[in-house]
Ligand binder design. Structure first.
Ligand code: PLP
Length: 373
């Protein structure tokens, strides 16, 4: 039986990549060149932001964003624990302290009330995370951010193509950082993108992604990283972004079909989609509760037996992971919604070119194992 992978990038044709890359390749200017500039320009248009800075990954982008803000060592950053590890790794690489707060039970996004409770005199930033492609409650988080004068650095790794109250992701907080890795809806094979409306921050980030070079290229005026984007990656990124509408819409259609299936599985639920926002469609996860017909491990095992990939996601919650337990941190409360989401959530195959036949095979297993008898 043919493998159904959990995720596969929907890539532009190799021919179109070659054509886009050609001039840069032949000129020998193969990094931070004309294609990167075009990709950044299109990213600004797409996200309706003033600046887009292409980098080597979302993680390097987040590391640079915290560094550019110049926070004091040991200052606190409020983060969800129901997220991917890189959210927190960027905090630790800056010698800042993550403060883990709970997510909401329904959307699984950062709970604004918990964020406000977690604020201390040492809080330097809030990091809202786009969960599976769905933005958190940005209005409420921005209200808290403004009230307390604490900037938001948004980990929007999974969110390029999502919208909140009609606005595209990109312009929230002081900056948003997207991932363009192969597991994302819009990919550059590997890469990241920082969007911001803040001129000063953008200028700093442009220097910092290239070691921190000053105007003469010799004297480093900032402590940066080697985090440039190559012309090859930008070519794939540019062509993918030109196709964004199709990439996002096809996933959203698949997600709606999955949600219809899930509605008929007793004891199971799905991520709540508040009406004021729309997902980029990065992941579909099924939440398999304790009253479901089978537990998550059984479902995983049965899918695997049918050569269908799935993933416990996000699991374990970040504050429970070996590396992060040993590093400085603070946890606010028992994080009940985080623990439940991490216990129940199973990511199922989803990619923009997934076929009806593939979806139907996954549906068959789910109905068999979890459906009412
Ligand atoms: C929430 C979140 N943050 C950060 C990252 C890291 O992205 P990258 O691999 O581009 O560094 C990911 C990657 O999946 C992610 O899901």
């Amino acid at each position: 039986m043919e493998l159904i992978p959990i995720i596969r990038p929907t890539l532009p044709s190799l021919k179109s990549v070659t054509e886009t890359l050609c001039k840069s390749y032949e000129s020998g200017l193969v990094t931070l060149g004309r294609v990167v500039a075009s990709f950044e320009k299109l990213s600004c248009d797409y996200t309706e932001t003033r600046h887009a800075v292409a980098v080597s990954s979302c993680t390097s982008g987040l590391i640079l964003a915290y560094a550019a803000m110049g926070f004091q060592e040991g200052a606190e950053v409020i983060v969800p624990s129901f997220t991917f590890a890189a959210t927190v790794q960027a905090v630790h690489w800056n010698r800042l302290t993550p403060v883990y707060v709970d997510c909401l039970a329904g959307s699984m996004a950062l709970d604004p009330d918990e964020v406000e409770k977690a604020i201390s005199p040492r809080t330097a930033a809030i990091c809202p995370v786009t969960i599976f492609g769905l933005p958190p409650d940005m209005d409420e988080l921005e209200r808290i951010s403004e009230k307390h004068g604490i900037p938001m650095i948004c980990d929007s790794a999974q969110g390029l193509g999502s919208r909140y109250k009609g606005r595209p992701a990109g312009g929230f907080g002081i900056c948003e950082v997207f991932s363009l890795s192969p597991t994302k809806v819009i990919t550059a094979i590997e890469g990241g993108l920082i969007t911001t409306n803040d001129n000063e921050l953008a200028q700093k980030l442009v220097r910092m992604r290239d070691y921190g070079k000053g105007p003469d290229g010799e004297d480093m005026v900032l402590n940066g990283l080697s985090a440039r984007m190559s012309e090859l990656h930008a070519s794939v990124g540019l062509l993918s972004l030109e196709n964004a509408q199709h990439l996002v819409d096809s996933r959203k259609r698949l997600i709606m079909k999955y949600r219809d299936v899930a509605a008929r599985l007793p004891g199971c639920r799905v991520q709540e989609f508040p009406e004021d926002r729309s997902t980029s469609g990065n992941y579909f996860t099924l939440l398999i509760g304790s009253s479901a017909r089978a537990d998550r491990e059984t479902v995983r095992f049965r899918l695997k037996a049918e050569n269908i990939e799935s993933k416990r996601y996000f699991h374990p919650p970040v504050h429970c992971q070996t590396a992060f337990r040993k590093l400085p941190h603070r946890v606010v409360g028992d994080l009940p919604n985080t623990m439940a989401s991490a216990r129940e959530s199973l990511a199922l195959p989803l990619f923009s070119h997934m076929t009806e036949a593939q979806l139907s095979r996954v549906r068959g297993v789910l109905e068999n194992v979890l459906g009412s008898r």
